[in-house]
Design a protein around this ligand. Structure first.
Ligand code: ADP
Length: 241
């Protein structure tokens, strides 16, 4: 599913969080939104998800205006920085959540839910933890479960807000390859927010570099790294070494 963002602007009071932002996410692409804190990455992701409305502009999903549709209707999966797993539910119940809350006529049967959840737990190699509770898992395991939960509703688009921000460096590195693998296995279009240059350059097909609510550059990791479009991009990526 392709995503087209056209001239999005968003104010918070007198502060402009997004200033006439346009970009295209190709179907099947893994795109990183990269930039310093406060540059508008999360706001852009939330507007794409429909969790926030823009003051002006449009978001198209596969060429169709998605601005007024409810998040669930858009087949979007969302992963938050702090996992946001439900404490009082088992891992199985957490992953099944999005399916169990569907209106009856759209809800898969109990058997189908069971099969789908176990398949996803197998995919993130945590099926042996199905009956445990979130507090019994490590941070990295919890985030893998959060990924599985987002994928359970078979989204066409996966949106991730600093998904590994809460984890230590070693686990972050490991989870990068998980994200890449799940993205490829599920044939989805993914957009993830990060302030970590190395993470964006290593995992993404293309990188969007943001600064003060505007896009400074969009390109492949090689392009933005080797041909920075502005002194800002050069300096921001320069911190990698
Ligand atoms: P990033 O994800 O790049 O750190 P954000 O999109 O979260 O940036 O935020 C961009 C700016 O908008 C920040 O300066 C932030 O303080 C402001 N902002 C974000 N959400 C709100 C809100 N709900 N109310 C007021 N200001 C906000």
């Amino acid at each position: 599913m392709s995503i087209e963002v056209i001239s999005l602007s968003k104010q918070f009071g007198t502060f402009t969080a997004l200033h006439d932002v346009s970009l295209q996410v190709h179907s099947g692409e893994l795109l990183a939104l990269l930039g310093p804190s406060g540059s508008g990455k999360t706001t852009l992701l939330r507007v794409i998800a429909g969790l926030e409305t823009a003051d002006s502009g449009q978001v198209l999903f596969h060429g169709e205006d998605a601005t007024d549709q409810h998040v669930r209707d858009r087949q979007v999966g969302f992963v938050f920085q702090h996992y946001a797993l439900f404490r009082n539910m088992t891992i199985f119940e957490n992953v099944a959540f999005g399916l169990n809350v569907r209106p009856k006529k759209f809800r898969p049967s109990k058997e189908e839910i069971h099969d789908r959840v176990m398949k996803l737990l197998h995919l993130v190699q945590l099926d042996w933890l199905a009956d445990r509770y979130p507090h019994q898992l490590s941070g990295g395991q919890r985030q893998r479960i959060a990924l599985a939960r987002a994928l359970a509703v078979e989204p066409k688009v996966l949106l991730l807000d600093e998904p590994f921000g809460a984890l230590d460096a070693k686990v972050r590195k490991e989870l990068r390859s998980w994200l890449r693998r799940l993205h490829d296995d599920m044939h989805i279009t993914s957009v993830f927010v990060t302030h970590d240059q190395e993470e964006a350059l290593e995992v993404a097909d293309r990188v969007v570099v943001m600064n003060e609510g505007r896009i400074e550059q969009i390109g492949t990791p090689d392009e933005v790294y080797e041909q920075p479009a502005s002194p800002f991009v050069y300096e921001f990526l320069g911190n990698v070494n």
